[in-house]
Design a protein around this ligand. Structure first.
Ligand SMILES: O=C(O)CCC(=O)C(=O)O
Ligand SMILES: [Fe+2]
Length: 399
């Protein structure tokens, strides 16, 4: 690179439309960006500036890389190519991937500098990112394979420290560790499935993002039919269903799908009384072999639709209650058969006090344990009755 000559080994080769860089340092990449800018090759500027960032991230920032100049390369080329994206050049897919990959780096730069029209470019990034997620979603639905068991992802009989589960443990399968996703096999019984299907009169729902027939189970039906199911949910999630939302039943016919989304409400739009959706529990009421998966495009994960199983995941970070965006998920378009599922969103009291988050989580867990203890050790009573009985016994003793 000395004496103004560029090391030939870094001049990239374009193979299959992709930039191939055998070896280069962050300094060399910066120089390449500079020359591309001189030659008005704004896509080249972007490629090399981003590549410089990549090297910088891995190897640390060398002296020769001036962050201001690198910012300038990124901003100018982003604005320029951002405009061009609207007309979709032939390399659209390639650039989409690149943008999405480096989005977090570029975004910070843009925010820091607050240059004019930055929002335009940001909007373009958001748009491309959404597009990318949809592409990943479709790809997963078409070609995804279920993950296999590894050292960290196992199957086990799970009692969750509940005495009565020693006799009938859950069949728990790890699907992913971070975010936590698990599949519980055989937790919904045939008679329950029949009951659910019978009481669910269907309402047509034709929103574009979700084509399935949706039905909400009324509060009175929930009490009548699903008390045992609530207890089961509490046993495997460890959280109380006291503030959970009503069950939502969906029947997907052919082509039925649900585009990728996150279940929790965005910051500030949570239920002011009850908080946000901490855990999602999806029960499958039908077997749909090799189809109709629930997929997590950010994690490259597919979950099979297995009759009687429940897929469970945590939507919020346990440390602070913030949304875990990695839990983005959707339901693949159904190409054959018929998929029924029932969803329970377990909500945890956040109220207005995020500072109390940890305390609240602990309280919810304790409430579930107390209830389990009273129900199965103290002889089949719910919380309230036990407390009442204990109070009466104490009074009798005192008086
Ligand atoms: O049915 C599925 O597989 C996913 C449903 C879902 O994500 C939802 O209802 O929020
Ligand atoms: Fe969902």
């Amino acid at each position: 690179m000395s004496a103004g000559r560029i090391n030939e080994s870094i001049i990239g080769d374009r193979m299959d439309g992709k930039l191939y860089i055998p070896y280069s340092t962050a300094c060399e990449c910066c120089v390449m960006a500079k020359y591309c800018l001189k030659g008005n090759d704004m896509y080249g500027v972007l490629d090399w500036a981003v590549e410089a960032y990549k090297k910088w991230e891995i190897d640390g920032r060398p002296e020769c890389v001036n962050p201001d100049i690198l910012n300038y390369y990124l901003i100018s080329s982003s604005i320029y190519t951002g405009e061009n994206f609207k007309t979709f050049g032939s390399n659209y897919q390639d650039y989409t991937e690149k943008f999405v990959r480096y989005y977090h780096l570029i975004r910070n730069e843009l925010f820091e500098l607050e240059k004019e029209r930055v929002t335009d470019v940001l909007e373009m990034y958001y748009y491309l990112e959404r597009k990318q997620v949809e592409n990943d979603f479709r790809y997963l639905c078409k070609y995804g394979v279920s993950s296999t068991l590894t050292k960290y992802l196992k199957c086990r009989y799970q009692t969750n420290n509940l005495f009565y589960r020693i006799l009938m443990p859950f069949k728990e399968e790890d699907i992913n560790s971070e975010p936590f996703i698990k599949l519980y096999h055989d937790v919904l019984y045939d008679d329950e499935i029949l009951k659910i299907k019978t009481i669910s009169s269907v309402n047509k729902n034709d929103r574009r993002s979700r084509s399935g027939q949706v039905n909400w189970i009324t509060a009175s039906d929930a009490v009548k039919y699903f008390d045992a199911l609530n207890t089961r949910i509490e046993s495997f999630t460890g959280f109380s269903t006291k503030t959970a939302e009503l069950y939502q039943i969906v029947n997907y016919g052919l082509g039925g799908h649900y585009l990728p989304h996150n279940d929790p409400f965005l910051k500030g739009t949570e239920n002011s009384m009850f908080g946000n959706r901490l855990v999602t529990v999806l029960f499958y009421l039908t077997d749909v072999p090799n189809d109709g998966y629930t997929v997590f495009p950010r994690k490259n994960i597919i979950a099979p639709t297995e009759k009687g199983a429940a897929l469970v995941w945590q939507n919020l970070h346990m440390s602070n209650g913030e949304i875990n965006y990695e839990t983005l998920h959707g339901s693949c378009p159904l190409l054959k058969g018929n998929k029924w599922r029932i969803e329970a969103d377990v909500v945890v009291l956040l109220g207005n006090s995020r500072e109390n988050w940890e305390k609240q989580l602990l309280q919810e867990k304790m409430r579930v344990q107390r209830k389990a203890y009273h129900k199965f050790v103290a002889g089949g009573w719910g919380d309230k009755q036990v407390v009442k009985k204990q109070r009466m016994r104490r009074r009798r003793k005192q008086g």
